[in-house]
Design a protein around this ligand. Sequence first.
Ligand SMILES: *Cc1c(COP(=O)(O)O)cnc(C)c1O
Length: 499
Amino acid sequence: MNYSSTRGGDECLVSAGAIIAGIANNGGLFVPKQIPTLNQSAIEALSALNYQERAYAILKEFLTDYSEDDLNFCISQAYCSDKFDDESIAPLQSLDDHNHVLELWHGPTSAFKDMALQLLPQLMSKALKMTGETAQIVILVATSGDTGKAALEGFKNVDQIKIVVFYPNDGVSEIQRMQMVSQSGSNVTVVAVKGNFDDAQTGVKNIFNNDSFNQVLNGHGYQLSSANSINWGRLVPQIVYYFSAYADMVQNGAIAAGDKVNFVVPTGNFGNILAGYYAKQMGLPINRLICASNSNNVLTEFLQTGIYNRKREFYRTISPSMDILISSNLERLLYHITNGNSAQVASWMADLQAHGQYDVGNQVLKAIQEVFWAGFAHDEQTSRTIKEIYDTYHYTADPHTAVAWHVSNCYRKQTGDTTPHVILSTASPYKFNCSVLSALTDEKSLMDRNEFVMLEELAELSGIPVPTALAELKNAVIRFTQVCEKTEMEQTVKQLLVK
Ligand SMILES: *Cc1c(COP(=O)(O)O)cnc(C)c1O
């Protein structure tokens, strides 16, 4: 399987090369030349397998340059019982016949980013050996909160790789911040940026695109790479749990093999839901992919009108991991939906860069709408939904999951579709203890309440134990206190590496 850029050109790499590079030379994203398919009996056979075996069955279709042993080694390192607190890795909770919650937060950092970021470092480390690459890889991460910690956990102490994480100074929850600034590992650095997530992401992209700076780094034996979901190695592990959820539903009798399901995905950078699109293209019986946003509803508008317009107010919400106005992975969807029209994709991306918007036109919009549906939730709706889910099912959902739940209900009301829904639950409620507690208790001002008291209170209400890693933050030592201006990010990297 070969990979090329969404923006064309003749760069063509096997997966190991695409994973090391992160982003294509011309600024595009790597996409597989063709999308492999699984027939119905291969999909049915997944029901008898465990998560690790399901992962192998899917990943081997895309990562064809990895040997069977290497791939299985990577999978066993990533999805093991030291790191995940549930042996199903991504357990499915069926709350009733219509609503199935796919819990993607049983990994070491309690957010769904672990599903990909436990595997990516393993794949990258193998890729370095396979390609004989001798440079030190420097992973630059911009995070809206969850990616940073998950990447730090995944890459800490991995040979030949350093990692630098930039997070928006006022844009992450207190638990998220503590998780990052206390990170262990000899190859990690964490820096706060004065700005929002898009500022941090733009800063990182600018560093990637600055050729002369990259040459300076190369001269010192460093090569930059990415752990954001623009990296193919981040995206491909996410395809697995769509198949896994479906296999579980067949196995527990919620559906018959071949029946369709809808997936509802709380969306920011469009990585998670795009993995669902790949699953559908591979033959998984998906009726609709429902894209759920918060007040930063640029994707809702795009999926309804075909116009992507980032020139709008940025809101800080109680689902901060989705506070994003530039959804990078949409570029991959545009590539596939136009049957690989890379010139067209490049021109839309140039419009976005120059004018802050692009318009895909009616025909492309129609093709997208055959697969996707979109809606959004304001914070009050999200809070109310957390309470409703708790009152109805005694299930405690985090704010991102609640955004998806709200949009799931909107979809049913507006379309009358009765296909069963799998709602992707992307974070443990404990990661957003303050928002969840205030939704459940109607107390509005918990802002100055101690984090660890809130964890305990939430444990009492939810009946589920506090994840050990979060409880242990109480005694964690703070290692990183650096704050930089959004214009100083390159300088910060330079000081770290070149001195
Ligand atoms: C990253 C994240 C999302 C958004 O996922 P994308 O792949 O960026 O669309 C949603 N919820 C949580 C909790 C996240 O950490």
